[in-house]
Design a protein around this ligand. Structure first.
Ligand code: DGL
Length: 288
């Protein structure tokens, strides 16, 4: 009897401490800049009723060249902010933060709110494809140095050969709006022509900025290599998580809200491309 009274008291308090969010609660997403917008855009296409709160940490961009401790601090601060905004799930829409800070964020707030990285859904998808033998991975220095993709892929399928190449110029280049022009083509070609990437069956775009240059990358390979872009894969995983928790939104409950830690005109421009109409874009320095 005493045990049941204790159990009741315990679970009542736990529930009161972390009440279940409503389906109308927003989805929280963050990245160092515009990269996560590729994921936000895929969420909008897959789940048009969902409301998004997006944080672009433009003051600390690029994450790819930062120390692991800094990436962990930035990520947790942003995740805590998104949680304080009532988000029902937090999506780390940045491969750099996913590879360095996912465990840190999950250990700190995962009990209160589900946290999703962008690496595991992609690894699941690629490793399930039987035809793949040699996989190329391109990403920021921090993502490639972490070895997360190679480790996770080989863990699932020991026969895979994974070659990883750091492509640090790409994210800042894209953030500055340089894509689909001669400069971007030259930079992309010089990275992709590295001998290590020869004869790959698939190329994982291990940076959420890279879907913006996917047409140029596909053009380089002439359609002969599977270019794996995480945006739709991650959106579909979010759908499954929310569906399993009965948290899918059934009625639109407000506008998307975009926060940036430093104002950049290129962020505003890119956001307008993905999310037409009037934008709720706010400068917010969480570190003040
Ligand atoms: N979009 C980010 C990623 O996926 C990071 C780019 C950067 O800030 O270096 O890795």
């Amino acid at each position: 009897m005493a045990f049941f009274m204790f159990a009741n008291y315990y679970f009542f308090n736990l529930k009161a401490k972390h009440p279940k969010p409503k389906p109308s609660a927003p989805i929280g997403i963050f990245d160092s800049g515009i990269g996560g917008l590729t994921v936000a855009n895929a969420i909008k296409a897959r789940m048009p009723l969902e409301r998004i709160i997006y944080f672009g940490d433009t003051a600390h961009l690029p994450y790819g060249d930062k120390a692991p401790g800094s990436i962990k601090n930035y990520s947790l601060k942003i995740a805590e902010f998104l949680f304080s905004q009532g988000c029902k799930i937090i999506v780390i829409a940045c491969n750099t933060a996913s590879s360095i800070a996912y465990d840190h964020v999950k250990n700190n707030i995962g009990e209160k709110c589900p946290v999703l990285d962008v690496i595991s859904p992609v690894v699941d998808k690629v490793s399930r494809s039987k035809k793949m033998k040699k996989i190329g991975v391109i990403g920021t220095r921090a993502t490639i140095r972490s070895g997360e993709y190679a480790n996770q892929l080989v863990n699932v399928n020991r026969d895979l050969e994974v070659v990883s190449v750091a492509t640090p110029l790409l994210a800042p280049m894209i953030e500055e709006g340089f894509f689909n022009n001669n400069i971007s083509r030259t930079v992309i070609n010089s990275y992709l022509s590295k001998p290590r990437l020869k004869n790959i069956d698939a190329l994982i775009l291990a940076c959420t900025h890279y879907p913006l240059i996917k047409p140029e990358i596909s053009e380089y390979y002439n359609g002969k290599v599977w270019i794996v872009d995480s945006a739709e894969i991650v959106a579909s995983r979010i759908h499954s998580i929310l569906n399993a928790r009965k948290l899918l939104c059934t009625k639109r409950s407000g506008d998307h809200h975009f926060y940036i830690s430093d104002y950049t005109s290129s962020f505003e421009k890119s956001t307008k491309i993905f999310f037409e109409g009037k934008l709720k874009l706010e400068h917010l320095d969480l570190w003040k």
